[in-house]
Ligand binder design. Sequence first.
Ligand SMILES: Nc1ncnc2c1ncn2[C@@H]1O[C@H](COP(=O)(O)OP(=O)(O)O)[C@@H](O)[C@H]1O
Ligand SMILES: [Mg+2]
Length: 257
Amino acid sequence: MTTALSIKNLRVSVEDKPIIKDLNLDVKLGEIHAIMGPNGSGKSTMAYTLAGHPKYEVTGGEVWLDGVNLLELEADERARLGLFLAFQYPTSVPGISMANFLRTSMNAVKNQSNGNGNGNGHTPKGMPIAEFRKELKSKMQLLKMDDSFAKRYLNEGFSGGEKKRAEILQMALLQPKVAILDETDSGLDIDALRIVSEGVNTLTNPNRSFIIITHYQRILDYIKPDVVHVMFNGQIVKTGGPELAKELETTGYDFLY
Ligand SMILES: Nc1ncnc2c1ncn2[C@@H]1O[C@H](COP(=O)(O)OP(=O)(O)O)[C@@H](O)[C@H]1O
Ligand SMILES: [Mg+2]
C-alpha cells in the first residue's frame, strides 16, 4: 500500500517550549489511524502543525504528502494538496450562510489559482453557482442532511452536533486525501458523535486517509481504525490495532507515568 502521509522525526515548539519531541508516523492510503493519549501529550499541537498554523514552530523533521514536504508549504497550499483539518476556519461568522462559506472555502481549495489568474488578466472565479449548488445538494443527500442546513448562518447558534455536521459537509465537498479530526478533550455528545462517525464512515474511500485524534475511545466504537497510536510527551509511544483502544479503555493512561 502506498503511503499517504509520512511524518519523520518531527519536532515542534510553542513559545520556545518543545512540545512535539520526535514524532514518527506513516499513514497509508485508505487507512484510518487513531491517535490517543492523555491531555497535554501534543495531539492537537500535531494537528495544527500539519495544517500550518503559524503559532507552532517546527524545529526539525519532515512531513511528506504526495512527494512534497508539507512543511515547506503555506497553510492554503497544504489544503490544496489535499490536507484537511476540521475547523481550521473561523468558528462563527454572523451573516454568512453555510452555503456561502462552503462555496468560498471550496473555491479557495479547489481552484488551482497560481496567484495571477488564468493568464489573460481575469481572476479565476471558481465553480459556477449552479454547479456548486448541485454538488452541495448531492453531498447533503449523501450525508442525509436537511436542505435547510445550507441556509443557516455559519455556526451562529449551532449546537455541538450542528458544528460537526458543518465540518463533515465541508470535508465531503473538499474531498481531501488526508483528513484530520481533532475531537478535543471535552468529548462529543452522543448526537455529535453519531454525526461525525456516520460522516467519516460515508466518506471513507481507498484514496482517502483519516487521522482521528481522540482522548476517549468512545468514538472508536463507531469508527473502526486500522491502526491505533498512543501519544505521550510529544512522541508516539505505542502502536497497535483496534484492540489497543479497548485495552486503553480498561487500563487508562496511568501506565505511561
Ligand atoms: N497555543 C498554545 N500556547 C501555549 N501552549 C500550548 C499551546 N498549544 C499547546 N500548548 C502546550 O502544549 C502541550 C500539548 O498540548 P496539546 O497539543 O493541546 O495536547 P493534547 O491535544 O494532547 O491535549 C501542553 O503542555 C500545552 O500547554
Ligand atoms: Mg487536544
